[in-house]
Design a protein around this ligand. Structure first.
Ligand SMILES: C[S@@+](CC[C@H](N)C(=O)[O-])C[C@H]1O[C@@H](n2cnc3c(N)ncnc32)[C@H](O)[C@@H]1O
Length: 269
């Protein structure tokens, strides 16, 4: 039996071809991309995407001129990334390197290289503890570089069970830090405050945090069907989600958050 959890029950396929084919998937990529561009240096700059999966977040950056290294522990997800890579124009494809490794060994796997930006989106929740991976993210970032982490929002844990009208679960979940996620895998969530403290203690000063999706999530969990082929509607939805992701109180209720920090320059010490 494979010890790649993303190969079992076609988890890789359900994530890549299912979750990302939905309106929610589109909103996630769009909102994160726009938030990232507020902080990334101009291309060409180097980006390491840890737990980068099939490249939904970093391949658009390669197309925008960034030099991307996608590191992932799952051969099944890297196969998906290879397939998606074939669809990129030659020039963008040449800017992408795939590396199979555990994020906890990222520094060794990239041979001590330092990157202008290190991304880690939707990965921390699968790990028992965030510290070992966050250590590596901060370590692989060049001085003055950007760290971008997206993970589950522990403070919004009652949202999903409540919208699914599982009231007992919702009541029990207010102080919970784990839940079964939409892919059916148990996940852990973090708080903005704790994650900020974690990066700060590793030399990465939090700059800003955002929500990711809100209304599309609520609509989906309450049973509405959103049509991913209705491009004008999808674009209008994404514009509203982007605005909500930047503001209180909306961002506080998003089930996932996006934290962006900058690594201190040596001269700041
Ligand atoms: C939900 S997917 C997110 C993929 C991608 N970051 C995105 O936003 O589309 C989670 C990914 O994290 C990877 N992953 C989980 N644990 C990991 C670890 N310890 N080191 C490296 N990758 C890991 C999985 O193989 C999977 O590709």
């Amino acid at each position: 039996m494979s010890d790649d959890p993303w190969a079992s029950a076609d988890l890789a396929g359900r994530f890549v071809d299912g979750a990302y084919a939905s309106v929610k998937g589109y909103v996630r990529t769009y909102v994160l991309h726009r938030q990232l561009l507020e902080h990334l240096p101009q291309p060409p700059a180097t980006v390491l995407d840890v737990g980068g999966g099939a490249g939904h977040q970093s391949f658009p950056l390669a197309q925008a001129g960034y030099d991307v290294t996608l590191l992932d522990s799952s051969p099944a997800m890297l196969d998906k990334a290879r397939q998606r890579l074939q669809r990129l124009p030659d020039e963008a494809r040449r800017r992408v390197t795939l590396v199979q490794a555990d994020g906890e060994n990222a520094d060794e796997a990239v041979q001590g290289r330092r990157f202008d930006a290190v991304l880690c989106h939707g990965v921390l929740g699968y790990l028992e503890q965030p510290e070992p991976l966050v250590n590596q993210l901060c370590q692989c970032t060049a001085d003055g570089g950007v760290v971008s982490i997206m993970t589950g929002n522990a403070k919004a844990s009652a949202v999903r069970p409540a919208l699914e009208r599982r009231w007992d679960d919702a009541l029990a979940s207010f102080d919970a830090t784990t839940e079964i996620g939409v892919l059916g895998v148990s996940g852990r969530a973090d708080t903005v405050e704790e994650l900020s403290e974690l990066t700060r203690s590793r030399g990465v000063e939090p700059l800003r945090w955002y929500g990711v999706w809100l209304f599309v999530d609520w609509l989906e969990f309450s049973g509405a069907e959103l049509d991913p082929t209705d491009s004008p509607q999808v674009a209008a939805t994404a514009a509203v989600e982007l605005e909500a992701s930047r503001r209180d109180p909306y961002r506080q209720l998003s089930r996932v958050f996006h934290l962006v920090g900058r690594k201190k320059l040596q001269a700041d010490d």
